[in-house]
Design a protein around this ligand. Structure first.
Ligand SMILES: Cc1cc2nc3c(=O)[nH]c(=O)nc-3n(C[C@H](O)[C@H](O)[C@H](O)COP(=O)(O)OP(=O)(O)OC[C@H]3O[C@@H](n4cnc5c(N)ncnc54)[C@H](O)[C@@H]3O)c2cc1C
Length: 450
C-alpha cells in the first residue's frame, strides 16, 4: 500500500500504526488532541483513571514494542511479580498464582512511551488534525477529509503548527477508525449510503473515581492490590468496597474506587478516603498513611457496547475499526487496552493474507470479533449479577451463574484453579477453558475440601 491513515492516535491507533508500518509506505496518524508529556488528551478523559494491563495485553505490548517494559521500569514504572500482585474476593486474599506479573504505571506514562516508539518508526508520521469525513469510490474508501482541531483554524498560529495537510483531503489505500467510543464513523457511513454495523449494548451505569497518593514504604513490595465483591456478598459492596491500587511511576500510588448506579463514587476527597477505609487492607493503609496528590477524578461509564460488522452484508473496502470504536466493555475487567492490541494483531494477520483493497476486510472483522466475543461474554455475563442490569440474558444464564459462583469460590482457595481462572480473566485463555471437565473436577474436589 502507498498510504494508510489511522484516525485517532491513542492506544488503539498507536498499535494499528505500528502494524501498518509493515504494510504501507506512508502511515499517517491523525490526532487532534495535544497529548502533552502528562499524556492527557481532551477527548479521552478516561486516561485519568487507573488502567491495569492484563497479562495478554502486556505480552502484545512487548511483541510490538520489544524492550518497552524495561524502558518503562527505568522511567519509574514497577513490575510486580508473585506476591507483589494481590487479588482479593469479598475481602479474602486469593490463592497465589505462580508466574503472575503485572505492570504498575499510569495510562499516560505507558502511552507516552508507545507514542515515542511509534513516532520513531521511519514511515509513520503524526498530523495534529481531526478527520471530518471519508471519501468513497467504487465501493471502497479512498481518502480522508481533515480539518484543524475544533476551535482552531488553519492559518492561525496554532493551526500552522498542526501539520501541512490540515484542511486537505488525504488519499489513502487503507483507513483505520481508532476514534474511540464516540467515533463519528456511523454518521459518515450513513451519509454515503452505507449501513453502519449493528450495535450490541448492555447498560451497566458504572462510576469510577481515581486519586493519586505519595508512595513510601507503606506496603513493602506490593505493586497491585485488587479487590472485588464475589458470591459471598452476592457481588454487592457489603463486605468490602470494590477498588484497586497500583504502585506507579513518580513514587505514587494510583487508587481507583468503583460502584454501580446509586453507589457511584464522587469527587469529594474526604468521602473518597472514607470509602478507601472500607476497602481491603492495602487500600486502607494508603488512606491512613499516604498523602493524596491533587483531585479525585471521576468518570461515568453508562453502557458496554460492541459493533458487529460480520452481521452486515456490505461494507466499504479499505476500512477497518479498532479499539473502543469497535468495542468498549465494562472497564472493571481491564480488557480495553488488551482488546486494542489484539485488534492490531488481527489487522496484521489480515494484511499478511494479501487481501484485495477493493474487498471489505471481512477477514479482519472475523478475527477481531472472535476476540471481542470472548471479552464480551466474560464481562456481560459477570455484569448480569447486578440487580440494576436488566439483560440481555444469554441462554442458560442461571446454570452458568451457578457454575461461575462455584468456580470463583474454588479460585480463592486453590492455586491451580485460580491459575486457570486468572488465565481467562487475563485473556490468555478463552472462556471455554473454564468448562474443561478435568478443571471442573479439580474445582469440585477443592470445594469438597479434598
Ligand atoms: C473509566 C475507565 C477505566 C478503564 N480502565 C481500563 C483498564 O484498567 N485497563 C484497560 O485495558 N482498559 C481500561 N479502560 C479502557 C480503555 O481506556 C480503552 O479501551 C482505550 O482507551 C481504547 O483506546 P482507543 O484508542 O480505542 O480510544 P481512546 O483512547 O478513547 O482514543 C480515541 C482517540 O481518537 C481521537 N479522535 C477522536 N475524534 C477524532 C477525529 N475526528 N479525528 C481524529 N482523531 C480523533 C481522540 O482524540 C483520541 O485520542 C478503561 C476505560 C474507562 C472508561
Amino acid at each position: 500500500m502507498k498510504r494508510a491513515i489511522v484516525m485517532g492516535g491513542s492506544y488503539a491507533g498507536l498499535f494499528a500504526a505500528r502494524v501498518l508500518s509493515e504494510h504501507a509506505e506512508d502511515v499517517v496518524v491523525l490526532e487532534p488532541d495535544v497529548i502533552g508529556d502528562d499524556g492527557l488528551g481532551r477527548r479521552t478523559p478516561q486516561r485519568h483513571q487507573l488502567h491495569a494491563l492484563l497479562s495478554m495485553g502486556h505480552t502484545q505490548l512487548e511483541r510490538w514494542f520489544p524492550g518497552v517494559t524495561d524502558e518503562l521500569v527505568k522511567g519509574g514504572a514497577l513490575l510486580g511479580e508473585g506476591d507483589d500482585v494481590r487479588f482479593y474476593l469479598d475481602g479474602r486474599l486469593k490463592a497465589p498464582v505462580r508466574g503472575a506479573r503485572m505492570l504498575g504505571a499510569t495510562r499516560p506514562f505507558l502511552e507516552s512511551h508507545l507514542r515515542r516508539r511509534v513516532a520513531a518508526v521511519d514511515n509513520v508520521r503524526f498530523s495534529r488534525a481531526q478527520a471530518t469525513g471519508l471519501v468513497f469510490r467504487d465501493g471502497r474508501v479512498v481518502g480522508v477529509n481533515t480539518a484543524a482541531p475544533d476551535g482552531e483554524t488553519v492559518g492561525d498560529p496554532v493551526g500552522k503548527a498542526v501539520g501541512a495537510e490540515v484542511g486537505e483531503t488525504l488519499d489513502a489505500d487503507f483507513v483505520v477508525d481508532a476514534m474511540g467510543r464516540n467515533s463519528p464513523l456511523d454518521d459518515w457511513l450513513l451519509r454515503h449510503g452505507w449501513d453502519p454495523a449493528p450495535v450490541d449494548r448492555m447498560r451497566i451505569d458504572l462510576g469510577y473515581a481515581t486519586a493519586l497518593f505519595h508512595r513510601g514504604d507503606e506496603l513493602g513490595s506490593t505493586v497491585i492490590a485488587h479487590s472485588s465483591p464475589g458470591p459471598a456478598s452476592d457481588y454487592q459492596p457489603t463486605l468490602t468496597e470494590p477498588g484497586a491500587l497500583a504502585a506507579v511511576e513518580g513514587e505514587r500510588w494510583s487508587v481507583v474506587l468503583a460502584g454501580y448506579a446509586d453507589h457511584r463514587p464522587g469527587s469529594d476527597r474526604e468521602e473518597f478516603l472514607r470509602r478507601m477505609r472500607r476497602c481491603v487492607a492495602p487500600i486502607r493503609t494508603v488512606a491512613d498513611r499516604s498523602e493524596m496528590i491533587g483531585d479525585v477524578r471521576t468518570y461515568r461509564f453508562v453502557e458496554s457496547r460492541r459493533r458487529v460488522h460480520s452481521r452486515l452484508s456490505r461494507f466499504p473496502g479499505g476500512l477497518v475499526v479498532v479499539g473502543d470504536a469497535l468495542a468498549g466493555v465494562n472497564p472493571i475487567y481491564g480488557q480495553g487496552l488488551t482488546l486494542s492490541a489484539l485488534a492490531a494483531n488481527a489487522l496484521g494477520a489480515h494484511l499478511r493474507s494479501h487481501p484485495s483493497p477493493r474487498d471489505p476486510a471481512w477477514g479482519y472483522f472475523r478475527l477481531a470479533e472472535a476476540v471481542v466475543d470472548g471479552a464480551w461474554q466474560l464481562s456481560t455475563t459477570a455484569d448480569l449479577v447486578q440487580p440494576h442490569v436488566t439483560g440481555p440474558y444469554p441462554r442458560g444464564y442461571r446454570v452458568q451463574k451457578w457454575v461461575a459462583d462455584r468456580l470463583t469460590e474454588a479460585s480463592v482457595r486453590d492455586s491451580a484453579v485460580n491459575a486457570r481462572y486468572m488465565g481467562v480473566v487475563n485473556m490468555e485463555l478463552p472462556p471455554k477453558a473454564l468448562t474443561d471437565p478435568r478443571f471442573l473436577a479439580r474445582a469440585a474436589l477443592v470445594l469438597l475440601g479434598r
